[in-house]
Write a protein that binds this ligand. Structure first.
Ligand code: ZN
Length: 426
């Protein structure tokens, strides 16, 4: 089965990476507030790129602390970041009235016969259906006509439901998210509609609640889940086992399932029923619902196919000093190696040189996309048994070296292996 990996679009300078490496990924996921903020940019970019995309409505932010999406403006006042203000302006009406004063509370959606449920759903579903055919964007079509260009119709691969985060099924946001998702069903027209389930890792452990949630969410064309702050590498293995159970159970519906923030373990889950996942270009592999949106620089990271995650600059130079002949030779790194004339078995000096010339912003992202495409192919071509054997061999190999002493974590590989073996022996 083809694994569909989506990269999340974060900043416009990533455009060149998406273009250059378009054969190395399946599609793009874009947050609604960015679509609005960079309206014209996306209209041309997506038309030219011709890759599948979907919009994450990020509606959960409106029921969390609004300070998460605000910043201090030049006059010293706390105001919404411009992109989120655009989304609020787009929603307008009662939604804007409330959000101008405070975050949503459950009562907003329960009072007035649930009129806010329909207003909110209607706005955000039609946004996805119509956005790229709005008047401002039509101007491009006209321009294209003059130039004799046809860029084709621009539509998301599927629509997604507006959603809020819920801790448990008793959390009022569960019922509200469900009723929003159900009411979206009547508005989807010819589109596929995927329900978005955004919940706590604790909910995963409640077997009956998980079964009830899966049952409640019947009738959708697909599913996207986001378990807040779920780090596949850090989380205790019991959660990974329950994640497997959840995916396996949800897969019984026979519909596509995506993890909104997934990485290598999610890739392996494609053997158990996951259709794909979305991730950032090298960085935002998992996300906490209460994360503050800050600008700030990105840490220097390097994706390691040996460990299947992005590790720090220090850790990667240490890793390659132990295994110099494993220095990356993906398409991107090969160019740098050739430029510097680095030998097949590089010396420590050559490895230092390599990282002196490695650009931890552009090169790092491209290297990650390129390597991850190879990982996807490998996993696609392997059986779960092959993957287990490979993980096990790798761990045995690393056991000869005290990677921990170099600040290199490899425990996640052991955790992954244990729960996959447990799954396989059922
Ligand atoms: Zn590389």
């Amino acid at each position: 089965m083809e694994v569909k990996n989506f990269y999340r679009f974060n900043v416009t300078y990533e455009k060149s990476i998406f273009n250059e490496l378009k054969d190395d990924y399946f599609g793009i996921s874009i947050s609604a507030h960015l679509v609005l903020f960079y309206e014209k940019f996306f209209s041309t970019f997506l038309r030219d790129l011709k890759k599948p995309f979907f919009i994450d409505l990020v509606s959960y932010v409106f029921a969390r602390d609004l300070a998460n999406i605000k910043k201090i403006d030049k006059d010293g006042n706390l105001s919404f970041k411009k992109s989120y203000q655009k989304l609020i302006d787009y929603c307008d009406g009662e939604i804007k009235n409330i959000l101008t004063n405070r975050e949503f509370i459950p009562k907003d959606f329960i009072d007035n016969n649930g009129s806010l449920v329909s207003e909110f759903t209607e706005k955000l579903i039609s946004f996805q259906k119509d956005f790229f055919s709005l008047k401002s964007v039509k101007a491009f079509d006209k321009y294209d006509k003059i130039l004799g260009k046809t860029r084709g119709e621009l539509k998301p691969l599927f629509l997604t439901t507006p959603y809020f985060y819920f801790e448990t099924l008793n959390d009022p946001w569960y019922k509200i998210s469900l009723s929003i998702a159900k009411s979206a069903l009547s508005m989807k027209d010819e589109f596929d509609l995927y329900a978005v389930l955004c919940f706590s890792e604790e909910l995963l452990l409640r077997k009956d609640d998980i079964l009830k949630m899966i049952e409640d969410y019947s009738g959708f064309d697909g599913y996207i889940f986001w378990i807040s702050d779920f780090d596949e590498k850090e989380i205790s293995p019991v959660y990974l086992t329950f994640l497997i159970n959840f995916v396996e159970k949800l897969a019984e519906k026979g519909k596509p399932i995506y993890n909104l923030y997934g990485e290598y373990f999610s890739l392996i889950l494609s053997k158990i029923g996951l259709s794909g996942y979305s991730r950032g270009l090298g960085f935002s592999e998992n996300k906490f619902v209460d994360a503050c949106v800050t600008g700030g620089g990105q840490p220097k990271r390097f994706y390691s196919a040996l460990l299947h995650y992005s590790i720090s600059e220090t850790a990667i130079t240490q890793l390659y000093s132990i295994f110099p002949n494993l220095l990356c030779n993906c398409n991107i790194c090969q160019l740098i190696r050739n430029d510097l004339g680095i030998s097949k078995k590089p010396s420590l000096k050559e490895i230092e040189d390599f990282f002196m010339h490695f650009d931890f912003i552009f090169d790092s992202k491209k290297h990650m996309v390129n390597l991850h495409a190879i990982e996807i192919k490998d996993v696609t071509d392997s059986s779960l048994d092959d993957i287990i054997t490979e993980l096990s061999n790798r761990i045995t190999f690393y056991d000869e070296y005290d990677l921990d002493l170099y600040g290199i974590r490899r425990n996640h590989l052991v955790n992954w292996l244990n729960c996959l073996e447990e799954y396989n022996s059922r």
